[in-house]
Design a protein around this ligand. Structure first.
Ligand code: UGA
Length: 452
C-alpha cells in the first residue's frame, strides 16, 4: 500500500482516533492541537481519553516515527514540508458544538481554514471529518479560496468505547466531494487496507449520510422506548418483542434495548441539527421531532416508575426520599457525562424532592468528570454499597455490566426500601428477587422470571 502524508487538526475524540489509526495503517501522520499541554502529554504517549486500544496505538505510532504531535495546524504543515513530503490530506477534526437555536458553531473550522489557507501545498485535499451541517464543504471551499486545493467530506461513524475497533473495522467508508472524483478517491485510498464498502458521492450527500444515520438510530431507540411503554400497558414483554423483531434481517438485533432515553455528545446534537437543516429547507421533519419528544418524555416516565415503585402510586411524593443511582454516564464503558439520560432523570428526581446518592464505575469521586457534577443535584460516592445505604430504592441508569456482579443480598441489607428500578433491563430479576428486593424494568412485566 502507498503511504500518504496526513495532517489531523484537533486531537479530541475523533481526531486522536483518526490520527492514531491512520498511522497504524502505515501513513505518516502529524496531529495538531492548540492546547500546548495536551500536545506535550500526547508526545509522551499520555492520553486522557478513555478508549480501549487507543493508548497502545498512539505509543506504537510515536515509537515507529509515523505519528507526531505539534501545536497549531500551520506547524503540522511545516513539519511534513520539512521532511520533504508535503501534506497530501488534511483532516479537520475540531469541535462543532451546537450553538444558539440548534445551529452548529463552525468558528473552530473557520479558524483552522484561516490558519492553513496560504500554507497548503497545491493539489492537497482538505477533509471535514467533524459532523458539520450540510453545505459546510462548500463553505470551507469558499473560505479557503484556493481553487488548487480540493475539499471533501468524510464523516466518521465511531462509537465511544469502541472507537478504535470501529475505525479499523468500519461498516462503510463515505467520502463526498464537489471538487472532483479524484479528491474523493484519494481520501478513500487512505482506508484501502480496511477493505470496507466505499460510498463516493457529492459533499452534501456525504454530510447528510452522517445525520441520516445518527437520526435513524435515535428514531429506532425512541420507537423501542415507546414500544416498551405500550408493552407495559398490554402486559407484553419488550425483550421478547425486540428479539422477535430483530431476527428480521431488515431490522437487526442491534440498538433495540429500551432505556432511560438516548443521550451522549452525538445523537441529541445531531437530531437537533437535522431539524435545523430541515427547517432552513422549509421541510417539517415530523419523525425526527417526534423522536426527540419521545426521548424527553422517557426521562419523566422513568421518574413515574420510581414514584410507583417507592410509594405505590404514580402521584406519590418523593420529597426527602433517598435514592441510590447506579450509573451516571450516557452509556457504559465511558466516563462521558455529556447529555447523559441518567443526569436528565436525576434532575427530574431531584426536582421532585428526592435526595440522590450516586455511584458510577467510570466516574471516580475526584476525577475531572466528577468535578462537572452539580453538588446540589447529587452526592457521588466511590462504592455501590455506600450509595445503597439507607436508600429507599436503587435506580439503575447506565448498563455497566459490573452491576450484574454485585452482591445484591448485601445491597438489600443496606437499603431501607428494598426496591430496584432497572431502567436498562440490565439485571436478572430472579437474582434481584432472591436477594429479597423487588424489581421493576422497562417494558417488562414485574413478575418476569429472568432477564434475557
Ligand atoms: C453514536 C453513533 O452510534 C455512532 O455511530 C456515531 O459515530 C457517534 O454517535 C457520533 O456521531 O460520533 P455514541 O454517541 O458513542 O455513538 O453512542 P451510542 O453507542 O450510539 O449510544 C447512544 C445512546 O443510545 C446512549 O445513551 C445509549 O445508552 C443509548 N442506547 C444505545 C440505548 O438506549 N439502547 C440501545 O440499544 C443502544
Amino acid at each position: 500500500m502507498f503511504a500518504r502524508t496526513v495532517a489531523v487538526v484537533g486531537t479530541g475524540y475523533v481526531g486522536l482516533t483518526t490520527g492514531a489509526c491512520l498511522a497504524s495503517l502505515g501513513h505518516r501522520v502529524v496531529c495538531a492541537d492548540i492546547d500546548e499541554d495536551k500536545v506535550a502529554a500526547l508526545s509522551r504517549g499520555e492520553i486522557t481519553i478513555r478508549e480501549p486500544g487507543l493508548a497502545d496505538l498512539v505509543a506504537e505510532g510515536v515509537a515507529a516515527g509515523r505519528l507526531s504531535f505539534v501545536v497549531g495546524a500551520a506547524q503540522a504543515l511545516k513539519e511534513l514540508e520539512g521532511e520533504g513530503k508535503p501534506v497530501e490530506v488534511l483532516f479537520l477534526c475540531v469541535p462543532t458544538p451546537m450553538g444558539v437555536g440548534g445551529v452548529a458553531d463552525l468558528s473552530a473550522v473557520e479558524a483552522v481554514v484561516e490558519e492553513v489557507r496560504d500554507a497548503m501545498p497545491p493539489g492537497c485535499v482538505v477533509v471535514n471529518k467533524s459532523t458539520v451541517p450540510v453545505g459546510t464543504a462548500d463553505r470551507t471551499a469558499e473560505l479557503l479560496a484556493r481553487p488548487d486545493v480540493q475539499v471533501a467530506s468524510n464523516p466518521e461513524f465511531l462509537r465511544e468505547g469502541s472507537a478504535v475497533h470501529d475505525f479499523l473495522h468500519p461498516d462503510r467508508i463515505v467520502v463526498g466531494s464537489n471538487s472532483s472524483q479524484d479528491a474523493a478517491e484519494r481520501v478513500a485510498a487512505l482506508y484501502a487496507r480496511l477493505g470496507a464498502p466505499t460510498v463516493l458521492t457529492d459533499a452534501a450527500s456525504a454530510e447528510m449520510i452522517k445525520y441520516a444515520a445518527n437520526c435513524f438510530l435515535a428514531m429506532k431507540l425512541s420507537y423501542v422506548n415507546a414500544l416498551a411503554e405500550l408493552c407495559e400497558r398490554v402486559d407484553a414483554d419488550v425483550s421478547d418483542v425486540t428479539e422477535g423483531m430483530g431476527y428480521d434481517r431488515r431490522i437487526g438485533q442491534a440498538f433495540l434495548s429500551p432505556g432511560p432515553g438516548w443521550g451522549g455528545s452525538c445523537l441529541p446534537k445531531d437530531t437537533h441539527a437535522l431539524l435545523q437543516v430541515a427547517d432552513s429547507a422549509d421541510f417539517e421533519f415530523r419523525l425526527v421531532r417526534a423522536s426527540i419528544d419521545t426521548n424527553t418524555r422517557q426521562f419523566s416516565r422513568m421518574v413515574d416508575k420510581v414514584r410507583l415503585a417507592v410509594t405505590g402510586s404514580r402521584n406519590g411524593s418523593l420529597t426527602r426520599v433517598r435514592l441510590a443511582l447506579f450509573g451516571l454516564t450516557f452509556k457504559a464503558g465511558t466516563d462521558d457525562l455529556r447529555d447523559s439520560p441518567a443526569l436528565g432523570v436525576a434532575a427530574l428526581l431531584r426536582q421532585a424532592g428526592a435526595d440522590l446518592v450516586a455511584y458510577d464505575p467510570g466516574v471516580a469521586v475526584d476525577s475531572p468528570a466528577a468535578r462537572t457534577l452539580d453538588s446540589h443535584l447529587l452526592t457521588l460516592v466511590g462504592d455501590p454499597y455506600e450509595a445503597a445505604a439507607g436508600a429507599e430504592a436503587v435506580v439503575v441508569l447506565t448498563e455497566w455490566p459490573e452491576f450484574r456482579a454485585l452482591d445484591w443480598a448485601r445491597v438489600a441489607e443496606s437499603t431501607t426500601g428494598g426496591t430496584v428500578v432497572d431502567t436498562r433491563n440490565l439485571l436478572d430479576p430472579a437474582v434481584i428477587r432472591r436477594a429479597g428486593l423487588s424489581w421493576t424494568g422497562v417494558g417488562r412485566p414485574t413478575t418476569v422470571a429472568a432477564a434475557r
